[in-house]
Design a protein around this ligand. Structure first.
Ligand code: SAM
Length: 274
């Protein structure tokens, strides 16, 4: 079969194609998938990873927004019932519905300009049993950081409150065509069996964490006062209930600390409105 003629990589779609079969194999390994498992692949591009997943007899649902590459992938695997291609923006696709089965897995060498929205999108319930992403190394470091680390922030606290995050290995820029400006890393997210917050706490948790890290240089007493328009007494009481030191700054609070703070706040507002 002659090699297909691919259109020039589109910068606006973050297209950097991975060609190294060894790295592609390691990404597929990180999924720990069993034959017949369903994998939602985000941004298959020219299909290098898709080919490997299909060769491992996985069922692949590939979501690709590029109007040229999506039909090329369909054509290349015509007649293979294990592949479904959805030619759409992944942020507009419900991943669990696209998978059509539970459990399902997620994998993707994702476009770097929308990595964070994709991570959040894929963390919506019902979640994949495992998700493996190739992302900018700096983003992977932020996701796996510990409270107090330099790269710890809202992204970390939002991910780790519902999932275990692991940075598995780094990938040099030279492994891609065209090479990106930065180093990349493979990140694996596995939902916690017991998330630190309940489903209905996720939206207020995210708001609280975003708000707190918007004031990362302030102490928690001030942060809590500003977040919820509280007087010093009420703010101090909330922090005490949550077991948080009022002079701490948001960057040293673990996801569990934030979860306790939210619970204290929800409890207090329920008491006030009762
Ligand atoms: N997986 C391929 C590889 O490893 O060679 C391509 C990776 S490339 C970094 C990112 C891919 O995501 C591109 O194919 C791009 O067209 C696609 N993409 C960009 N934005 C997207 C979106 N919003 N929804 C779905 N796919 C998108």
């Amino acid at each position: 079969m002659s090699a297909p003629f691919y259109p020039r990589p589109r910068k606006a779609l973050g297209q950097h194609f991975l060609t190294d079969p060894r790295i592609l194999g390691r990404i597929a390994d990180a999924l720990s998938a069993a034959p017949g498992d369903t994998v939602v692949e985000i941004g298959p591009g020219r299909g290098a990873l898709t080919d490997i997943l299909l060769a491992r007899t996985l069922r692949v649902v590939a979501i690709e927004v590029d109007r040229d590459l999506a039909p090329m992938l369909v054509e290349r695997h015509a007649g293979n019932p294990a592949l479904t291609v959805i030619a759409q923006d992944v942020l507009e696709v419900n991943l669990a519905e696209a998978a059509g089965v539970a459990p399902f897995l997620v994998v993707g060498n994702v476009p770097y300009n929308i990595t964070t929205p994709i991570l959040f999108h894929a963390l919506q319930r019902p979640r994949a049993a495992r998700a493996v992403y190739l992302v900018q190394k700096e983003v992977a470091e932020r996701v796996v950081a510990k409270a107090g680390d330099e790269s710890y922030g809202a992204l970390t606290a939002n991910v780790q409150v519902v999932a275990k995050a692991e940075m598995l290995f780094t990938v040099p820029a030279g492994a891609f065509i065209p090479p990106p400006k930065v180093e990349s890393a493979v990140l694996r997210l596995t939902p916690l069996e017991q998330p630190l917050i309940a489903a209905d706490e996720e939206a207020p948790y995210r708001l609280m964490v975003q708000g707190a890290f918007g004031m990362r240089r302030k102490q928690m007493l001030r942060v809590v006062r500003e977040l919820w328009s509280l007087d010093p007494l009420a703010a101090g009481a909330l922090l005490e209930t949550a077991g948080i030191t009022p002079t701490d700054r948001p960057e040293v609070l673990s996801p569990d600390d934030f979860a306790r703070l939210l619970r204290a706040r929800l409890q207090a507002s329920r008491l006030t409105s009762a």
